[in-house]
Design a binder for this molecule. Sequence first.
Ligand SMILES: O=C(O)CCC(=O)C(=O)O
Ligand SMILES: [Fe+2]
Length: 314
Amino acid sequence: MGSPAPRKLLVVDFTNEELKPGSSSWASACNDIQRALENHGCFIALYNKVSPELDKAIFQAADDLFDLPTELKVQNINEKPYHGYIGQIPFVPLHEGLGIDYATTLDGVQSFTNLMWPKGNKSFSESSFSFAKTVAKLDEMVIKMLFESYGVEKYSDSHIDSTRYLLRFLKYRAPEANETTMAFPSHTDKSFLTILYQNHISGLEIRTRDDEWIKVDFPQKSFVVMAGDACQAWSNDRVLSSNHKVTMDANGKETRYTIALFSFLSKMVQVPEELVNDEKPLQFKPFVHIDLLNFYATDQGRKSQNILKDFCGV
Ligand SMILES: O=C(O)CCC(=O)C(=O)O
Ligand SMILES: [Fe+2]
C-alpha cells in the first residue's frame, strides 16, 4: 500500500505563459495531473481565459434560464440519460439542472436557446457558446497532458476529435429551516472528464481513496477538473473517478450555481495497449461511451457499487 493521499487538492496553474508542450513546466504539470487524478480523481485548475465579462454573463444566463417557468424547462428532453432537465425531485428538493448537448457547436447552443426562448436570446446563446468553447480548451489541454503523462500522447488528437461536450447549468437553492442540506447525492460522473465552475457559494465534497470526504473550497474563478468513470476505464483503473456530492450550508441564504462541462466520447472507450502489462492486466473491455450511461439508467446500474466492473469488467 502507498502512503495515504494528501487531503488537499492539487492546484495546477494554467495561467503560466511558460506552460507550453516541451517546456519543463509542462512536463511537471503532466506529472502533477496524473498524480492528482490517480490520488483524488480531481484537481483545481487556475485558468484565466474566462474574462470578467464572460463570468458575469454566464451567471446572468443561469439566472435567466432558471427564472423560466417549469413547463418550459421540462421541455429540455434528451434521449441520452441525465442530459436534459432534472428537477422537482422530492428527495433532492434543492437542485435543478438543464443541459445543452453539443455545447461547443453553434447548432447545439441555438437549438437549446430556441427551445427555451422561441424569440431568441442572444446574450444567453453567446455567453453559453463562448463559455463552452473556452472551457473545452482547458479540457483539451488536460487530455493532452494526461495522455502524455502515460506516454500515449499519440492518441490524444483522435480522442479530442471525437469528444462531444454537454454544458449543464446547475442550481442549488439555499435550504429552508429544517430542510435537508443534501443538494446532490453522492455519485461518480459517467463522463470522461468534468470541469466545474461555480459562483461564490461552495458545497462540493469529494471522497478520497481512503474514504474520507473533503470539502472542495476552490478559489473564485478557478475550476475543478474531475475524472469520470470513462477516464478511469481508459486508464486501466489507474485514475480514480471519485465519488462526490453537493451539500449546502444549513444557515446559508444564497443560491449556488455550477456551470459544468462534461466530455463524452463518440468513439469506443478503450484502454491503450501501452497501459496493459503483467502488473496491470486489462481490467475493462472496450465499450461505447453512451452505453455506460444507458447502463447507469437501469436498476442494476444505479444499484451497482462498482459500475465499471459490472458494466465492462474483464
Ligand atoms: O455542482 C457541483 O459542484 C457538482 C455537480 C455534479 O457533481 C454533477 O452534475 O455531476
Ligand atoms: Fe458529478
